[in-house]
Design a protein around this ligand. Structure first.
Ligand code: BG6
Ligand code: MG
Length: 217
């Protein structure tokens, strides 16, 4: 176990709920219903792919400029919520785990679809832990394509089979498994059954515990 690559929204920081609120607001404004199930499908997808899902659900065809306006609108609602977010929205044990992994010389990467990733890492004061940040500003393919995690492993100088990926999204678990990574799902086992291990959150984890999970599974 030489490296860990973390998804951001819903794994390290409790921002998945804000994406949900903002996408639901946009979908409803466009006359499209938006359920928890829809939200589950959108987790991990890029902004473009998420809008495409909503437009497809509502059978709405739109011009490129309309799509730009809607993505901008969703993002400004999302950022309003993020800007009001207290620093402690970083999820429990996240900082402790990152610190502990660093002490054991485990490389740490971010593998997120978000174009707001750096802003969020800064807001909750965890940027300093990351040796590589791969986010929506550098990727060209949305999860479940493994690109984001493969770029992460490459940037960290590790092979995929010595690297653990942490993901709360079905699309992200699929991306990590396709890339050949040991995958820890964070959330519901029923949703993330393709992961090697599923945990409700990061709370029980430290270097020793992770090494045990990695070698025993
Ligand atoms: C992912 C989230 O991390 O980033 C998605 O799971 C979100 O819900 C996607 O749509 C893109 O984020 P952003 O911040 O670039 O709009
Ligand atoms: Mg996520």
């Amino acid at each position: 176990m030489k490296a860990c690559i973390f998804d951001l929204d819903g794994v390290l920081v409790d921002t998945a709920k804000y994406h949900f609120v903002a996408w639901k607001r946009l979908a409803n404004d466009l006359g499209v219903s938006f359920t928890e199930h829809d939200n589950e499908q959108l987790k991990g997808l890029s902004r473009d792919a998420s809008l495409a899902y909503i437009l497809n659900k509502g059978k709405i065809s739109a011009s490129a400029s309309e799509k730009e306006v809607w993505k901008e609108q969703k993002n400004s609602w999302y950022l309003e919520l993020v800007n009001a977010m207290p620093e402690d929205e970083v999820l429990p044990n996240c900082k402790e785990l990152l610190h502990n992994l660093k002490q054991h010389n485990v490389k740490i990467g971010l593998g997120s679809a978000s174009k707001n990733a750096k802003l969020i890492l800064d807001r909750v004061n965890i940027t300093k832990y990351f040796d590589a940040i791969i986010d929506g500003t550098v990727t060209s393919k949305s999860k479940p394509d493994p690109e984001v995690f493969l770029l992460g492993a490459q940037a960290l100088g590790t092979h995929t089979n010595e690297c653990i990926v942490f993901e709360d999204a079905l699309s992200g678990v699929k991306a990590a498994k396709t890339g050949g990574f040991f995958t820890v799902g964070i959330g519901e086992p029923a949703v993330l059954s393709e992961a090697d291990v599923v945990l409700p959150n990061l709370m029980t984890l430290n270097y020793e515990e992770l090494k045990k999970i990695f070698t025993e599974n």
